[in-house]
Design a protein around this ligand. Sequence first.
Ligand code: PHE
Length: 457
Amino acid sequence: MKNREHWGSKLGFILAASGSAVGIGNIWKYPHMAGQNGGAAFTLIYLLCILVVGLSIVITEFVIGRKTQLSPVGAFETLAPNTAWKWVGFLGVASAFVILSFYGVVGGWILKYIIVSLTGGFNVLKGDPEAAGSLFNNFITGTWSPVLYQIIFMAVCIWVIVHGVKGGIEKWAKVMMPLIIILLAVLAVRGITLKGGLEGISFLFNPRFEDLTASAIVLALGHAFFTLSLGMGTMVTYGSYLDREQNLLNSALWVIALDTAIAMLAGVAIFTTVFALGANPAEGPGLIFVVLPSVFPQLAAGTLWGSLFFILLFMAALTSAISILEVVTAYFIDQKGWSRTKATIQFGVVITVVGVFCSLSLGGSINLTAFMDITFFDFMDYLSSKYMLPIGGMLTALFVLFHWGVPNFIDELYMGISSKKIDSRIAVILLLVSAMVVGFIILNEIIAKITGTAVIG
Ligand code: PHE
């Protein structure tokens, strides 16, 4: 513990943590979810989830990490020795395996699309989403090509993590986060200034309460966890590399603000462009891999815009993926005394192998779909975002409330804050509300799975 690595600067930590938060969730998931589920009506619920549940859990994770200077398993073990709470930490490590296996596959798709775009490959898809759809489908259901790109993406992740907290994660977050913001802003301005682009903004931001179903509310809460990287100890791990000078409340607010602002900016950039060029905004998950490649060539300098978009998406995916791998690496360093290089390479490879199965389950030569009614890829996605992350987040809140104690939590939170005016009752209420809301949503999912009808949704 004496030699624990630390972040080089306060800003470095905020950029690394928001780099973890800002990812495929912001640029791919949020825009199509909001587009399909009532625009601003969805965004309102999403913001509420982020502000109440998200903020409480981000702060809690930071506090637990900084207090113990350990990644999740060790952190829970230190604060609650010889109890079952350390299993919350193990759940986090398991979630990291599950998420990164499919996240790495999507990371590979993004790499492929950078290359297709740079080599002018989008031009033949001009105004033809069907052609774009078959290009995408043929690619992801292939055997070798998607796996190859996935391996490259994972190799880059491993390479960054091997370089450590300051020399790897922080260094790259400092370069990539500003670039992501600049590129997105440029694309958003480009979109807004297109003729008809403003319609995209009203599609995204006009509230359509009639489209806001109960299941969209569940979706918004689950997404709040995913987009803020909560419930699996990522923020515990990043918090464990902090010293006591950092103001955790401020940092958490920054992370949430950046994450939300970038999701909105991505929505603006995408929908203004889609509307200006008359493409289908309600395409759903195919929005970025199918609609956009057919839309970019219609713009002047389309190759440039398309390439910039996928490059920024790659950077967002990378800064998130490394934070997932770091949870696994930190566990083997902290608890098993392994070297960083050995832990990262060994488990980076294991996760890549699991990811290969995710990729092949989409239609490659190995058919894993025979065993279940969804693909292995979708299974890993649902398992993590619907169950593992919310359960991990809920247990973390319960841990503070009923084991560690809110006064201890507030004492640690106060370090680094000059005005000490946090009422412990507020903390109790926020944590209780978070745990209850999440508990209800998980129960709702389970009831829906067993009986076929959800209580809500
Ligand atoms: N927050 C990331 C995104 O929005 C995903 C992620 C989930 C990262 C969990 C780390 C942990 O894409």
